[in-house]
Structures are given as C-alpha cells and as structure tokens.
Design a protein around this ligand. Structure first.
Ligand SMILES: [Zn+2]
Length: 222
C-alpha cells in the first residue's frame, strides 16, 4: 500500500532514459533494456594490471548516462537498476574466486558532497547476492586529480599510484576479495586499489566493474 502511494506521488523513472516507467518494477524500461550495451561474451572478462575483472557493459549510451546521473546528479537508483547485470557477470566469470566483497572508495570529501559512494552501491548488490555484507577495506590516503581529466595511461597511473591504503583494523590478510568499481578505463584506479589489498596481505583479488569502454586494451598491462 505504502509502495503504491509512493509510486503515485513519485512515479519511478527509467534509470537510463528518465521516462516514467509503465511497470514500476521493471527498470530500466524495456526499450532501454533492449538497447543496453552488454559486453560481447568474449570480452566480459578483462585482464589488466589489477588481475581479472568481470565487466557487464560497454561504457556508452544508456549505461554511461546512468553512471553519470549517479555520479553527478545524485540519482542512486540509476546505478542500482544496472547492478543485477554486474551480479550476473561476476557469477558467470568469477565463481568461487572470492569470499569477501569490497569496493574502490571515493575520497571522504567526494563522499560528503555526493552523500553516497556509487561503487559501494554496486558492492551492496553483489554482497546481497552472495549472502554476505560489504566490507569497507580501503581508504583514499591522498588527493588525486579526476582520472577523467587526464589524457594518457601513464599519467593516470602516476596520478593514482599509492592513493589507496587498507583501513586500520580491516580484516584483509589471507582473504580472497571481490573488488568492485563502477567504470574501469585504463585500469589504473582498480590496479592501485587491488595493490593496496595485496600489500595488506590479501590472498587474492578479483575485480568487477559495471562498464568499460569498447576496445579498451588496458595499455598498462603487467
Ligand atoms: Zn528507458
């Protein structure tokens, strides 16, 4: 009943195109769902300086709009609606490879401005699927320029290297992690976060990202 009233007052909108949904529980809308840039099978599992990464979408079209809406316009529902696709990609490509779910955090300043961490929203969905809780394990220890403002892979790698450290008291040693982020482009951010977990004694780290640009070849391969 409550849900019905809420839907009436605030009709749920499609995560991708923003139109009011005909059936409120189906998000994104059927038109957008059909047009989502799902990764072709062969490239769903990327390899980069971070190790293995399951990727659900190409970073374009409705998915890019949804991620930007989430980052810059405070629409958490946009990324939450796409999270099930990432759950599926990880279930298909990384089965049995992790026991704990964590994420690449934004800086405390960014978190205050935005009110939520979009990678954590995705990690929450992953954790629910695997009947566990998200474990925050990392923090950003120094300010970095926005990766999207930098041109080359080398510049991005330098900008972010050493920017993450294990949170004091986080149980990292000897454990196998799934590390979640929203977008992986050159892979430098994911690599820096994975490196911090490994330096903290993690037994292994595999990654999952909602989207990666098409043809991304991860210039800084190991
Ligand atoms: Zn739509």
């Amino acid at each position: 009943m409550m849900e019905f009233l809420l839907d009436l007052l605030f009709p749920p909108k499609c995560a991708c195109c923003g139109r009011v949904l005909a059936s409120p529980r189906v998000n994104p809308c059927p038109d957008c769902a059909r047009a989502l840039p799902l990764q072709p099978d062969a490239s769903v599992l990327h390899t980069g300086p971070y190790g293995l990464c399951a990727v659900a979408f190409r970073y374009e079209g409705g998915v890019r709009d949804a991620i930007r809406a989430c980052k810059f316009h405070g629409r958490q529902s946009a990324v939450q609606a796409l999270a099930p696709y990432l759950v599926q990609a990880a279930a298909e490509h990384l089965p049995g490879q992790f026991d704990a779910v964590t994420y690449v955090p934004v800086s405390p300043k960014r978190l205050r401005e935005r009110g939520y961490d979009q990678a954590r929203l995705l990690a929450d969905a992953m954790a629910r699927q695997w009947n566990t809780r998200v474990e925050p394990t990392l923090r950003k220890v120094r300010h970095t320029k926005a990766q999207s403002s930098l041109e080359g892979a080398e510049e991005r790698r330098k900008n972010i290297a050493g920017a993450y450290a294990v949170l004091p008291g986080a149980a990292v040693a000897g454990r196998r992690f799934l590390l979640v982020d929203d977008v992986v482009t050159t892979g430098s951010t994911m690599a820096a976060a994975a490196e911090a977990l490994r330096a903290g004694g993690a037994a292994s780290v595999v990654c999952a990202a909602l989207a990666a640009p098409e043809g991304e070849n991860f210039e800084n391969k190991p």
